[in-house]
Design a protein around this ligand. Structure first.
Ligand SMILES: *Cc1c(COP(=O)(O)O)cnc(C)c1O
Length: 514
C-alpha cells in the first residue's frame, strides 16, 4: 500500500462542530404545496423545541463519514485479540445478538401484564435454572446489573442472614489476591475489611485463615480462580474453617469462564457467589453498556434474596413478593433483560459439553501463552494457571522498562494491551487473559509481538520507552487525560512522544490528583 493510501485511510478528523456551516442540513424537501402552519400555534408553545445552540449543521454524508471514520480509530474484539486480564474480553457469537433482537423479546415491556409476559418470564426462569446448575447452588437472583452490584447484593444477603440470628458480625476477610471490588463491597456493606496474606503459591494460607476467623467474621470474600489466575486448591478446607465458626464463603465468580462445566462452587463449600454475564455469558462489554451480575446462593440464604421472585403456579409463571425476610429490590424490574436473553441463548446454543469445551480452551490458551513467554518474562507464581497468566516486568525493569511501557509498545504491534500493574501483589504485573475464542494463529501473533518487544528492551530500550509510535497521539499524562480530556486534534497538537497535558492545555489548566 502506498503511503498516500494509508494516510487516506487513517486521516485525522475535525470535530463535527468544526464542519458546521450555517443553514446546511441533511435533507431536501420540495416546496410546500399547502399553507404553512406555525407549529407553536398548532401544538402549543410548550410542545415545540427551540433551536439547540451550537448544534452542528452538516449534510447527511458528512455525519455518516465522520462517525464511520471515528469508529475505525478504536480497537475492538471484532478486530483482534483483546488480552485484558480479569476482563474476559472474548468474542461473543452474533447469533446471541440476533436472538436478543427478536421482536417479542426486544419490545417486551416490564409493565405488560404477566399473562402476556409468560415467554419473557420463561426465559428468566430457564436462565435461573441453568445458572443454578452451573454454579451448583440452590437459588438465584438475576436483578444485579454488574459484578460489583452482585457482590453488594451477596454481602447484604450474608448480613441479613447473620442479622436474623441476632448479630450481623463485624468483619470480612479478603485475601490480598482479591479483585479490588471485593474490599470495596465489604466496606460499603458496613464491614471492616481484614486482609489475608497469600502463601508463596499465590493461594489462601490455611493457617493464616484459621488464625483470622472468629465469631466476628461475617464471611470470606474469595475470587476463584484468583487474580493470579490460580485456582484456590484449598477452597473446600477453607470453607470448613469458616463454617465451623458460623461464617460464610462469598465467591467472586467473575472469573467463572475458567470453571463452567468443570467445577461447581456449590460443591466446594461456597455459600453465595456472583457471576458476570457480561464476561462469561455473551454480553459484549468494555463500553460501559448494560451487564448482569446474578447472585446464586445455598438454600439457607434463599429467604433473603431480592424480590420479586419467580415461581411456578401450575403451568404458569408468576412474580411473587411474598418473601418477608427479603432484602428488597436491588434494581428496577427484573435486571437487564436483554443481557439475560443473550446468556440463555449462549448456554442453550452450546449445551453442557460445549460449555465445558469453552472452559478447557480458555485454560489451554492461557497456559500456551505462559509456556511460550516464560523464557522472556518473569513468572512470579510459576505453576499451571487457569484462564489467565500473570507475569512481572522484573527482567525488563532492570533495563528501565516497566509493564506500562511494554503495554504501550504492544499497541504499535496492533494488539490491545494486557492489564497493567494488577493484581497488586505482583509488582509490575502483566496480566494476560486470551479467552477461548482465539485461534493458535492469533495467539502466536500476539506471542511473537511480546517476544519482539522483549528483544527490543534488550537492544533498543528507547524504542519501547517512547512507544506508541504509530498512533495519532503518543504519550499523554494519563491522569489529566481522564480528568481534562483534550478531544481536538490540530496539527500543532500533533503530539510528540512524552507530551504531557501541561504542554497541551498549559500548566495552569492542569489539575493534579489530590
Ligand atoms: C470484572 C470483575 C469484577 C467486577 O465486575 P463489574 O461487572 O465490572 O462490576 C469483580 N471481580 C472480578 C474478579 C472481576 O474480574
Amino acid at each position: 500500500m502506498t503511503q498516500n493510501a494509508r494516510q487516506h485511510l487513517t486521516r485525522n478528523e475535525e470535530l463535527i462542530f468544526e464542519r458546521s456551516s450555517p443553514g446546511k442540513n441533511g435533507y431536501q424537501l420540495p416546496e410546500l404545496d399547502v399553507p404553512e402552519i406555525d407549529p407553536a400555534r398548532a401544538l402549543g408553545e410548550e410542545r415545540v423545541r427551540g433551536g439547540i445552540e451550537g448544534f452542528p449543521e452538516v449534510s447527511e454524508v458528512e455525519v455518516i463519514r465522520h462517525f464511520t471514520r471515528l469508529s475505525t480509530w478504536n480497537y475492538a474484539i471484532d478486530l483482534g485479540l483483546y488480552p485484558l486480564g480479569s476482563c474476559t474480553m472474548k468474542y461473543n457469537p452474533r447469533i446471541n445478538e440476533a436472538v436478543a433482537r427478536y421482536d417479542g423479546l426486544a419490545w417486551a415491556h416490564p409493565y405488560q401484564p404477566q399473562e402476556l409476559s409468560q415467554g419473557a418470564m420463561e426465559v428468566i426462569a430457564r436462565l435461573e435454572d441453568a445458572l443454578c446448575e452451573i454454579s451448583g447452588l440452590d437459588a438465584i437472583t438475576l436483578q444485579p446489573a454488574a459484578g460489583a452490584h452482585g457482590e453488594l447484593t451477596g454481602i447484604l444477603l450474608v448480613r441479613a442472614f447473620h442479622q436474623a440470628r441476632g448479630n450481623p458480625r463485624k468483619h470480612i476477610l479478603v485475601p490480598d489476591s482479591a479483585h479490588g471490588t471485593n474490599p470495596a463491597t465489604a466496606g460499603i456493606a458496613g464491614y471492616e475489611v481484614r486482609n489475608l496474606k497469600s502463601n508463596d503459591q499465590g493461594m489462601i494460607d490455611l493457617e493464616e485463615l484459621a488464625h483470622a476467623v472468629n465469631e466476628d467474621t461475617a464471611a470470606l470474600m474469595v475470587t476463584n480462580p484468583n487474580t493470579l489466575g490460580v485456582f484456590e486448591e484449598n477452597i473446600a478446607k477453607a470453607a470448613d474453617i469458616l463454617h465451623a465458626k458460623g461464617a460464610m464463603v462469598y465467591m467472586d465468580g467473575a472469573n467463572m469462564n475458567a470453571l463452567v462445566g468443570i467445577a461447581r462452587p456449590g460443591d466446594f463449600g461456597v455459600d453465595v457467589m456472583h457471576i458476570n454475564l457480561h464476561k462469561t455469558f455473551s454480553t459484549p462489554h468494555g463500553g460501559g453498556g448494560p451487564g448482569g451480575g446474578p447472585v446464586a446462593v445455598r438454600s439457607h440464604l434463599a429467604p433473603y434474596l431480592p424480590i420479586p421472585r419467580l415461581r411456578r403456579a401450575g403451568d404458569k409463571l408468576e412474580w411473587s413478593s411474598d418473601f418477608p425476610e427479603s432484602i428488597g429490590r436491588v434494581r428496577a424490574f427484573y435486571g437487564n433483560f436483554g443481557v439475560l436473553v443473550r446468556a440463555l441463548a449462549y448456554i442453550l446454543a452450546h449445551g453442557g459439553p460445549d460449555l465445558r469445551n469453552a472452559t478447557v480452551d480458555a485454560v489451554l490458551n492461557a497456559n500456551y501463552i505462559r509456556h511460550r513467554l516464560r523464557p522472556y518474562f518473569d513468572l512470579p507464581y510459576d505453576r499451571p494457571n487457569m484462564h489467565e497468566v500473570v507475569f512481572s516486568d522484573a527482567r525488563q525493569a532492570a533495563k528501565g522498562v516497566r509493564t506500562g511501557e511494554i503495554a504501550k509498545r504492544l499497541i504499535d504491534y496492533g494488539y490491545h494491551p494486557y492489564t497493567v500493574s494488577f493484581p497488586l501483589i505482583v509488582h509490575g504485573a502483566l496480566m494476560i487473559e486470551p479467552t477461548e475464542t482465539e485461534s493458535k494463529l492469533e495467539l502466536d501473533g500476539f506471542i511473537d509481538a511480546m517476544i519482539a518487544i522483549a528483544h527490543e528492551v534488550e537492544n533498543e530500550p528507547q524504542t519501547v520507552l517512547k512507544a506508541p509510535h504509530r498512533t495519532r497521539v503518543s504519550r499523554v499524562d494519563e491522569v489529566t487525560a481522564a480528568r481534562r480530556p483534550v478531544v481536538r486534534w490540530t496539527p500543532e497538537a500533533n503530539i510528540a512522544p512524552q507530551t504531557t497535558a501541561a504542554d497541551l492545555v498549559g500548566a495552569a489548566n492542569v489539575q493534579r490528583p489530590e
